[in-house]
Design a binder for this molecule. Structure first.
Ligand code: IMP
Ligand code: MG
Length: 197
């Protein structure tokens, strides 16, 4: 069933999965403004914002506009990364599905993603940027889940820290659904589909 139909069904069908709000759109907007102000204070030089697809697209879109409001000049690129393994267990190996299209040597790069969980994806992305000779690579994530960490990495700019929930909304999906929700929530139950990433 398409996500939209599921959302509508969820309003009427008690058996449909429900999303319990963890962070409201207003709370998220407040954090985005605060993070943008922090990033602006770091005085990034020749800033390239690298948005990690797909999950980082909503946070990335909000963050770059908040940065513009802070007077930060920047350019935007996208990278799509995938980790090998099953939906529930990652092998730890990350590969590039779609790369950025500009050289990054000497630039300040801000890598933007939805979730920092095991950290394997963002560790790979940051190492890649360092290999390519960036001046500075910082990481911004909306959700930090420290309990899942397997790589030694922390976010430089973090929206919210939460327990090891599987969260959806604000770009984050469960089995390709729920990315469009304007808030971050946790699935209460998904009787007809597993809540896989
Ligand atoms: P990592 O485990 O830190 O490498 O995270 C890899 C990717 O898994 C993240 O960029 C997200 O796209 C996805 N992910 C991890 N936890 C969640 C979650 O709770 N909800 C949705 N996606 C998640
Ligand atoms: Mg992701």
């Amino acid at each position: 069933m398409p996500a939209r139909a599921r959302l509508i069904r969820g309003m009427t069908d008690p058996a449909a999965p429900r999303v319990r709000t963890l962070f409201t759109a207003e709370e998220i907007a407040g954090r985005v403004r605060t993070l943008a102000a922090e990033i602006a204070r770091s005085e990034p030089q020749n800033l390239l914002v690298v948005i990690v697809l797909k999950g980082g697209f909503v946070f990335g879109a909000d963050l770059v506009r908040a940065l513009a409001g802070e007077g930060v000049r920047l350019e935007i690129e996208f990278i799509s990364l995938a980790s090998y393994g099953t939906a529930l267990e990652t092998s730890g190996e990350v590969r590039i599905r779609r790369d950025i299209e500009v050289p990054v040597a000497g630039r300040d790069v801000l890598i933007v993603d939805d979730v920092l969980d095991s950290g394997l994806t963002l560790k790979f992305a940051r190492d890649l940027m360092h290999q390519r000779g960036v001046r500075r690579a910082a990481i911004a994530v909306m959700i930090n889940k420290p309990e899942g960490r397997r790589a030694q990495i922390e976010g430089d700019y973090v929206g919210f820290t939460c327990p090891n929930y599987f969260v959806v909304g604000y770009g984050m999906d469960a089995a390709h659904a729920w990315r469009e929700l304007p808030f971050v929530g946790v699935l209460e139950s998904a009787p007809d589909e597993p809540a896989e990433r």
